[in-house]
Write a protein that binds this ligand. Sequence first.
Ligand SMILES: *[C@@H]1O[C@H](CO)[C@@H](O)[C@H](O)[C@H]1NC(C)=O
Ligand SMILES: *[C@@H]1O[C@H](CO)[C@@H](O)[C@H](O)[C@H]1NC(C)=O
Length: 340
Amino acid sequence: MRFTFISSAVALVASTLLLNGAEAQQLCNGYADLCAKTYDQVAYATTHNAFAYTPPGALAANQDNDIPTQLKDGIRAFMLDAYTSPSGATNDIELCHSYCSLLDAGPLSTVLGQFKTFMDQNPNEVITIFWENAGNLTPALFQTVYQAAGMTPYLYTQATGNTTWPTLASMIASKKRLLNFVDGGADASVPWLMEEYNFIFETPWQITKGSEYPCTIDRPKDQERGMYVMNHFISGQVTLGNQTIDVPQSSIAAQTNTADLASHANKCTQTFNKIPNFVAVDFYEQGSLLQTVAQLNGVTWNGKVATPAAGTKSSAAAGTIVGASSVVASLAAAAAVFAL
Ligand SMILES: *[C@@H]1O[C@H](CO)[C@@H](O)[C@H](O)[C@H]1NC(C)=O
Ligand SMILES: *[C@@H]1O[C@H](CO)[C@@H](O)[C@H](O)[C@H]1NC(C)=O
């Protein structure tokens, strides 16, 4: 009798463990169903100019939240612009928008530290960085900065020409779950800094308000690749002399990132016969980026809501006016530098 009691207690404990085991099923980028998919079969919520966050409302800012908040919210691919350090540091890269005098988001070493903290604490997340190599920096410099930040163990390399990607689960198991693509200047000496257009094409990025959202192959021109970036953000433009700068459109982002986003994604999915892998937006917390990406991935959205913008709308609006004059000042400063 006692024995029976004990064995049934053991059975109960065992079944509880099993139940917990089922509940503790591995998630990959937040969803169990993504684990068995290969890297190129998955859609990733992507922030255009992810670093271009400034205290609310600056004219050239593309995002309202900083990178640690974006990571926490479920953004998994980040577009960054690389410039020479204005401080003259030869072992760092600066994250700037158009000019460092216009928007300087600080050194890459700081931002890589933020990525590392997140990746250390979240071992089931596969992260992608897209580099716009605006400063024509060498792969060796990227290598120096990544190495110093302790990122080396996380770096994934796919051989050029290999169109067979591993599953998210296997990237997670190998711990190599940070992918870096660059739009120019890649070379074989730093293989983890992969030439983007060998693997990925992009739809056009210059979209103005009221124009149709395009599903054409912009970069590399008319050359299809295994994966693609669907650029989905609207720019206004400010011109000073012969300089034109793109101004992100915060005031209409909620609409841009909702029905417009879903219909653009559906249209591109039909056009290319595959889902967009990188769904790139400005002001990601407005609208329904995360829901749209879940839908593309065929999973039920986990209900996680993105963090609201750090600033209030009214201060953002006021900031825009301040920003407008500072842009003019910055451009004048930049023009003065060019004149030298
Ligand atoms: C291509 O990459 C996959 C995934 O990492 C790997 O399993 C495979 O061996 C590679 N193929 C070649 C030809 O290198
Ligand atoms: C823009 O203007 C500057 C100064 O007036 C001039 O040096 C430069 O060549 C111009 N650039 C273009 C692309 O026209």
